[in-house]
Design a protein around this ligand. Sequence first.
Ligand SMILES: CC(C)(COP(=O)(O)OP(=O)(O)OC[C@H]1O[C@@H](n2cnc3c(N)ncnc32)[C@H](O)[C@@H]1OP(=O)(O)O)[C@@H](O)C(=O)NCCC(=O)NCCS
Length: 182
Amino acid sequence: MPTPRTGAEAATAAVRLPDGTPIRLRPIRPDDEPRWLSLFAACSAESVYARFQYFFPWRSPGTAARFCAADGRREIAWVAEPLPEDDPGLLGVGRLVVGRLHGSAEYALLVRDDWQCRGVGGALTRRCLDVAAERGLSRVVSRTTAANGGMLALLRRYGFILSRSADGIWVEGIWSGGQERC
Ligand SMILES: CC(C)(COP(=O)(O)OP(=O)(O)OC[C@H]1O[C@@H](n2cnc3c(N)ncnc32)[C@H](O)[C@@H]1OP(=O)(O)O)[C@@H](O)C(=O)NCCC(=O)NCCS
């Protein structure tokens, strides 16, 4: 049974991007399936690869349904969508997968290519970290490559401490309720 949503988790938030564009953030829902598929169709193969770090078969049967059925307990996923509401497309999805280790979760994020570098990723990250804090999650881990300048900038901004793998290819960011960089 899904955990009841409270505080930041319950809220559907209207926020403004740095350029003033209004967007809305809300938890993902099962009826987002067609919008989730459209989001992936609007992303380059490079972006999808960067999100999953392999050739993720997003078109395969059942995948969209599974990813839109985040239970709000083990998987917490928030979407961004444009306002006004007559455009029902998704701009991006941020997802926390709660781990077996008490108080920890993994975080990953995808923003539609034509909306990248406008602050959507930052808005989703802030919201997901607020939800993590509300849930009492004290450690959020996010992994990307050293070449992913956008994600690294975003992780730094939201207080993740970054460390590189020995081969220099991978970067792991760890958030422990850290302070945002202004
Ligand atoms: C990484 C990603 C999520 C960032 O989302 P976004 O909406 O573009 O992020 P924002 O607009 O909020 O910008 C984030 C920061 O990255 C910076 N940035 C963007 N592209 C950059 C680049 N190529 N190099 C360096 N910095 C970059 C922005 O200036 C911003 O910095 P700031 O917070 O200091 O102002 C998005 O590019 C994406 O979906 N990429 C494909 C999937 C992916 O890589 N996911 C991450 C692994 S899970």
